[in-house]
Write a protein that binds this ligand. Structure first.
Ligand SMILES: [Zn+2]
Length: 449
């Protein structure tokens, strides 16, 4: 008769994180940059409420900062055609998100549309028109609205960088972010989303902005990539695993990479970086390239291009990354130790080599060969009703296969004292491990939790 106690399973049983970059709003929408002339929507003509936002000094400063914020999306993003021109003052108190027919920015949240934790928010309205660029179909934006909240004290560059700055928000950073929404961009990462990539955290379209900071005023490469898909030249590629393989699997793992034809028009050079330290492949045509990853690890594939396009002022560069998209796993290397805590209680310590993140997706503990009462946990504690010995099997599985290790545990002894270990793998190499196990050695493992 045995009882078991569970410990909370650490965040081990996770799927491979496939971090995306920039996002579009959903459903996708963009301005039609060909819709020029009388009655057209391009360039964007913006109108601003007839008050001075709290913390700014003059109307002129307000207009100037808004214009510069629009210009960031045109001038700081290579190959971007984004353009906006100043319209007129509008009655601030009657506008907000309810305004119609004009693209507007209003202040102090005249219709109380915003929650108290929001600095500002943006909306865009679409017409029936459709814009297609770089293989993506967008609804055409006809007008947009930005509303700034009433409790916020804004500042310009000097106010925000001053040593005395306290709880003031950079008007231009927030405006640039909200304009990003009105031209079709979503957040680079959302609140609560795992976001370890510094490029995404540093994007103007990152979900949050701190006070006394102008760090995200200028769109970065991640923001620029989104703009170029919606409005300019861009690059993308596809990764296809070799026949019978997946992009997540045992080593060696082979895949081929292709650039779809809609991205090839102005490219003169392609450079592939496979993320594993091997030599880059450079081609002058969009021919498919193949690569084999030999070592365990999670890999990011990057395609850098050199292009020639008159609208980009001649030569331009662009880059597309697929972050962590290839996961190569060796066979799992499970290992455990046990601690006799007295009173027939044995605490198991899982010292398996976790390898690359995502390479072990499941741990199963089997006591005395009884599969029916197997435990799926990281580290069990066993409480026995007498001092007789038992066998404990740890089965680890993941994309690289499945491996088992079995030890005999004696509730009166500590780990390493007269225990025996055996290992069985899914591949012939398991035999070597089995021989080592028969010699009474526990396979070496590093502890990493
Ligand atoms: Zn936002």
């Amino acid at each position: 008769m045995t009882r078991s106690r569970f410990l909370i399973l650490p965040l081990l049983l996770l799927v491979v994180p496939l971090l995306g970059g920039w996002k579009f709003l959903s459903p996708p929408r963009a301005w039609d940059i060909t819709d020029t002339g009388p009655g057209g929507t391009w360039p964007i003509e913006f109108h601003a409420g007839d008050v001075v936002p709290q913390g700014l000094d003059t109307h002129e400063e307000k207009w100037d900062l808004i214009q510069q914020s629009y210009d960031h999306w045109g001038e700081e993003v290579p190959c971007s055609p984004i353009e906006a021109v100043q319209g007129a003052d509008i009655n601030n108190s009657t506008q907000g998100f309810g305004a119609s027919g004009l693209t507007t920015l209003t202040f102090n949240d005249p219709t109380n549309a915003l929650g108290s934790s929001t600095l500002a928010a943006a909306l865009s309205y679409t017409s029936n028109g459709v814009v297609t660029n770089n293989g993506v179909t967008f609804a055409a934006i006809a007008e947009s609205h930005i509303v700034f909240n009433d409790w916020v004290v804004w500042g310009d560059a000097a106010d925000i960088s001053a040593a005395s700055c306290f709880n003031r928000h950079d008007f231009m950073s927030t405006t640039t972010h909200e304009i990003g929404h009105t031209i079709g961009l979503g957040h680079s990462c959302e609140d609560g989303e795992a976001c370890s990539d510094p490029l995404l955290r540093g994007a103007t379209m990152y979900w949050s902005g701190g006070s006394c900071s102008s760090a995200k005023r200028i769109p970065n490469e991640d923001d620029a990539a989104a703009i170029n898909v919606a409005y300019g030249v861009s690059i993308d590629f596809e990764i296809e695993p070799a026949d019978g393989q997946e992009l997540v699997g045992p080593a060696p793992l082979t895949a081929s990479m292709d650039v779809p034809s809609e991205y090839q028009a102005t490219v003169v050079e392609y450079e592939w970086n496979f993320g594993d330290g091997t030599e880059h492949i450079i081609t002058t045509t969009a021919e498919s390239v193949e690569h084999t990853w030999e070592e365990e690890g999670q890999y990011t594939v990057t395609l850098s291009i050199l292009g020639e396009d008159a609208e980009c002022g001649g030569e331009y560069e662009a880059e597309e990354r697929k972050v962590g998209v290839v996961l190569v796993c060796n066979e799992p290397r499970p290992a455990f130790e046990f601690v006799n805590e007295g009173d027939f209680t044995v605490q198991i310590e899982n010292v398996s080599d976790l390898g690359a993140f995502g390479c072990i997706t499941d741990f199963v503990w089997i006591l005395d060969g009884d599969e029916d009462s197997a435990l799926r946990t990281y580290e069990p504690t066993y409480v026995f009703d007498d001092n007789s010995s038992h066998t404990v099997t740890l089965r680890a599985s993941g994309p690289g296969g499945e491996t088992e290790i079995t030890q005999t545990i004696d509730p009166t002894k500590q780990s390493g004292e007269g225990c025996s270990a055996s290992v069985a793998g899914t591949e012939p190499v398991g035999l070597l491990a089995l021989l080592i196990g028969m010699m009474g050695l526990v396979p070496l493992a590093r502890r990493r939790r």
